[in-house]
Design a protein around this ligand. Sequence first.
Ligand SMILES: NC(=O)c1ccc[n+]([C@@H]2O[C@H](COP(=O)([O-])OP(=O)(O)OC[C@H]3O[C@@H](n4cnc5c(N)ncnc54)[C@H](OP(=O)(O)O)[C@@H]3O)[C@@H](O)[C@H]2O)c1
Length: 270
Amino acid sequence: MKPARPAASHRNPATARIPRVPSANEFARRVAVVTGGSEGLGADLVRALVALGADVFFCASTRAKGQALATDLGRRAHFIQTDLSDPAAAQLFVEQAAGFRGRIDFLVNNAAIDPRIEFARATVEDFDRLIAVNLRPVFVVAQAALPALLAGTGRAIVNLITTNYMVGDTPFTLYNASKSGILGFTRSLARELGPRGIRVNAVSPGWIMTERQLREHVTARDRVALLAAQSLKFPLTEEHVTPLTLFLLSRSAGGIAGQNIVVDGGRVMQ
Ligand SMILES: NC(=O)c1ccc[n+]([C@@H]2O[C@H](COP(=O)([O-])OP(=O)(O)OC[C@H]3O[C@@H](n4cnc5c(N)ncnc54)[C@H](OP(=O)(O)O)[C@@H]3O)[C@@H](O)[C@H]2O)c1
């Protein structure tokens, strides 16, 4: 016999309010911060959030692409040129976003660089640069945003990592040191902020065919090897990653915290 469905009065009231599919409305008039949203995955996310009615604050260390995207998207896209490797500049970026409506609903730590550096040739300066751009700002930005996140209603953080450290791709020793640090950060922060109603999760993309990757890195041989390794036999683009990030930000992911979810066409299986 099937167990009886609990009476409405016995259901968890928090669960009852969870939309079974993410609702477009829940992003409207929210304030989102996306680091490094001038191109690639970040730009696709900025576009999606603005289309859903959010005000999006995003940054990049150079001006041209971010400014052009903001102009293209209109008044809800707020580009602030910021070099996140400077902690004071990163904090100022967050303060400007928080000052807009006195709250931040969503934070996505996306900015990163991925130089290919052979281990034997890597310098201490290379190592410090990777940490300063890829890892330290995740801490600095999240901490600066905390009071505004607590004042917001979205209350979700997503950090972009990578599957690269899971498979030990080369020559990415320094990159993977910086990115895998975000995993430990994400898990502990999820435990620390969960009791305060903030969910922290991570998204780990596989190799995504962004404009920059295609321009600077992907060879015909890489393409063949990548598709051979993936379960899904087509190249992934930004559009495959953005829906997962939006889902993790949404109230539909209200029961998910401290997770690192892979979107890589089925190469890594955790
Ligand atoms: N594409 C992939 O295959 C892939 C795979 C796995 C993980 N990921 C992760 O996904 C995220 C996005 O990657 P992507 O491929 O979209 O990168 P991307 O196309 O190179 O874009 C990176 C963004 O970060 C910004 N940025 C870089 N350094 C910065 C700094 N010091 N201060 C402020 N902004 C900075 C860049 O702008 P400026 O250059 O103007 O500073 C740009 O807007 C990264 O965390 C990356 O590690 C990507």
